[in-house]
Write a protein that binds this ligand. Structure first.
Ligand SMILES: Nc1nc2c(ncn2[C@@H]2O[C@H](COP(=O)(O)OP(=O)(O)O)[C@@H](O)[C@H]2O)c(=O)[nH]1
Ligand SMILES: [Mg+2]
Length: 239
């Protein structure tokens, strides 16, 4: 778990708590319905990549958001886990955008301008349709559209810029989208204890917090499984 390596911790900047936290009770899934043939893949005409159909064993589907600030690893994570060729609307960052996106790291030269999309089947039964949101604050209207019908969200956090994640987590709370948090560990990340991270991000005790490496398949799948387990618990409690 996060930062349990025993190193000296500095207190990360704390996120302002929300006075009005509610648990979502009406989860409507608007996407990912499987047709009679089990074929939900609309991407087969994109190029010569072999089409990978949803397995016949699949019993359910869920729309899941992958949220977080620019450069936190959303595109990477979706690309790492997706069993279909991920759709990514990366574009080279412009000088005009650079003036607006002031927190971008110099090494980052492309950015997601609309969304990322990928698909993963868990346990042969549950298909997750993953939608990565654009990280820039100015794309907030698009972000809210993407949140419609989402069963839950994986909020990626970069401990080098905890404040960068506050907006996304706040929006999830405002929209009553249940979420779990995955800290995407970078080599120069300052280690924090789990307690400090929870406190800084103002997480409820039941919100899962895991460490992941968005470049590693198993690690990213584990983060998604932590979210799905959380969603099952949340939905079970609500029913
Ligand atoms: N070291 C390290 N680098 C990562 C990790 N995840 C993403 N990156 C790199 O960080 C950069 C930003 O990731 P990206 O997925 O484009 O971020 P996005 O803006 O949230 O979609 C890319 O150059 C990735 O290769 C990680 O877990 N560890
Ligand atoms: Mg991206």
């Amino acid at each position: 778990m996060a930062g349990t390596d025993g190193t000296t911790q500095t207190n990360p900047t704390a996120r302002q708590g929300d006075a009005d936290r509610t648990t979502r009770t009406d989860h409507t899934n608007e996407t990912g319905e499987t047709d009679e043939t089990g074929d939900t893949d609309d991407m087969d005409d994109m190029d010569d990549t072999p089409v990978m159909y949803v397995q016949p064993s699949v019993a359910g589907a869920a729309k899941i958001l992958v949220v977080g600030p620019m450069g936190v690893g959303k595109t990477t994570l979706i690309g790492t886990v997706s069993e279909i060729k991920p759709l990514s609307t990366e574009a080279t960052m412009s000088q005009a955008g650079a003036r607006l996106d002031t927190k971008v790291r110099p090494s980052k030269t492309t950015t997601t301008v609309a969304l990322d999309f990928g698909r993963i089947t868990l346990g042969g039964e549950l298909v997750l349709y993953l939608f990565g949101t654009p990280g820039q604050q100015r794309f907030l209207p698009a972000w809210k559209d993407l949140a419609r019908g989402a069963l839950g969200a994986l909020a990626l956090v970069d401990t080098r810029d905890l404040e960068g994640s506050f907006d996304a987590i706040g929006h999830l709370e405002d929209l009553d989208v249940p979420f779990s948090v995955a800290v995407n560990a970078f080599p120069d990340s300052t280690p924090h204890s789990e307690d400090d991270l929870r406190s800084a991000l103002d997480l409820l005790p039941h919100t899962p917090l895991v460490i992941c490496d968005a470049r590693e398949h198993q690690s990213s799948v584990k983060a998604l499984i932590s979210l799905v387990s959380h969603l099952i618990e949340t939905l079970t409690e609500a029913s």
